[in-house]
Design a protein around this ligand. Structure first.
Ligand code: HEC
Length: 402
């Protein structure tokens, strides 16, 4: 597999080598083996008045521009022009948007003014400058990508991209005389001199821009891109909610039917004996009240507990038992009348007994375990005790109260 791939690239690489070369000379190329030789050769070439020549080195070489007698680079003008254009476009855009098309009164400020527009103007300037510099440098000044250069895929190119330094004087230079140049190359220490001929297939064509195949691919790509983006942006995105596979998954909503379970109920009951977190099951559930004598009130009496007990008693117990536990609540004649909580039986009971009645219920009185949490039950019991005490006050209580 890897071998096949390598072979493919090798063959692809040498494809242009096999293309027949014409008789038309592109230029004479010389290879030097040291950087000093190439710099000297470049300087001498410029000195001799050759204009159409170029230097190829495996790495950038300082001083080469000067040696070749090149003018200062022109790309700065392109950058400046496009930077100016970017600035104007940004200002125009903001001016039109906030000054004309969509005027908004914000704190009485002018629709368009310079200070708030600076950031976007700066961005626009920098954006166009950057793009223009890169494109100008590569495409405009270095004429890249030059896929059609006769130098491509020659031994000369292979040498200068690894360890040699090359110089090419083109055949269309006005001073081009074959013998002179060979002599000049040799005197400078050139290790190899090669003639580079144009390829037969692309003779005369600078860049195969209007190649049918190339145009076809560009047009096909444009068409496919347009259609796909149109469908994606206008149809697919409106019909498909992204990432909805968790939303639209096979599941049973609460309270709904399921054919999976024998009883057809979608909701499952907890395994019997399951204890909810933070909940202690009542250990005397369903037992006779004689068994709960040991339960004692864990809450210390305090004003807060008393007030809580009173409040809860008035809410949950008073409807039947009355505000003072005398069995004369508002449910009179609608529900069996409960006995007074001041009878001898309840007076003699432990707190555990009352707790048992609230938690477990007693005869017609239902359990209040669901409505009244454990601590509130004990608070209610404190309150019942105080009610009982108030109805059975002894003489010494009077002195205590003083
Ligand atoms: C729906 C009416 C109703 C409510 C509300 C109610 N009870 Fe009862 N309660 C009764 C009845 C009726 C009885 C008598 C049950 C029986 O026949 O043994 C009773 C009995 C009792 C007894 C035992 C009395 C005895 O002599 O056997 C206590 C203690 C008691 N209730 C406390 C409470 C407390 C505390 C609350 C509030 C959390 C409360 N009850 C809420 C109706 C109610």
């Amino acid at each position: 597999m890897i071998k096949k791939l390598l072979n493919f690239f090798k063959e692809y690489d040498s494809k242009d080598d096999k293309e027949p070369r014409s008789k038309k000379l592109f230029g004479l190329a010389a290879l030097y083996s040291t950087p000093n030789e190439i710099i000297t050769a470049a300087a001498k070439t410029a000195e001799k008045g050759y204009e159409k020549f170029d230097v190829y080195t495996p790495y950038p070489m300082h001083g080469m521009d000067d040696a070749m007698g090149m003018d200062s680079p022109k790309v700065g003008y392109v950058s400046f022009a496009f930077g100016l254009l970017g600035m104007c476009l940004a200002l125009l855009m903001i001016g039109w948007m906030s000054g004309i098309n969509y005027t908004n009164i914000i704190g009485g400020k002018p629709f368009f003014s310079l200070p708030p527009s600076i950031p976007i103007t700066f961005e626009g300037t920098v954006l166009l400058t950057g793009i223009a510099t890169v494109i100008g440098l590569i495409v405009l000044f270095n004429r890249m990508p030059d896929i059609n250069s006769p130098l491509n895929d020659t031994d000369f190119m292979r040498s200068v991209t690894s360890d040699k330094f090359g110089l090419v004087i083109k055949a269309d230079d006005q001073k081009f005389i074959d013998a002179d140049i060979r002599e000049f190359f040799r005197s400078g220490g050139a290790v190899d001199i090669q003639e580079i001929y144009y390829r037969e297939t692309n003779l005369g064509i600078k860049t195969p821009l209007f190649d049918k195949k190339f145009l076809g691919i560009v047009m096909a790509t444009a068409a496919v891109t347009a259609v796909v983006s149109y469908i994606t942006l206008n149809i697919v995105l409106y019909q498909v909610v992204p990432f909805d596979w968790m939303w639209n998954q096979a599941r049973i909503n609460s309270q709904s039917r399921s054919d999976f379970f024998p009883n057809k109920a979608g909701m499952r009951e907890p395994v019997s004996g399951t204890v909810a977190r933070g909940f202690l099951p009542y250990e005397y559930k369903g037992m006779p009240d004689s068994s709960v004598k040991l339960l004692s009130n864990p809450l210390a009496v305090s004003k807060k507990v008393m007030e809580r007990g009173q409040e809860r008693f008035n809410i949950y117990c008073s409807p039947c038992h009355g505000y003072f536990g005398e069995g004369d609540g508002r449910m009179r004649d609608q529900f069996p009348k409960p006995p007074s909580l001041h009878n001898q039986k309840v007076l003699n009971w432990t707190d555990g007994n009352i707790f048992h009645v609230i938690t477990n219920g007693q005869n017609v009185m239902p359990s209040y375990a669901e409505q009244v949490p454990v601590d509130d039950r004990w608070a209610i019991i404190h309150y019942i005790r105080s009610l009982q005490r108030s109805k059975n006050a002894a003489d010494e209580d009077l002195t205590k109260a003083k």
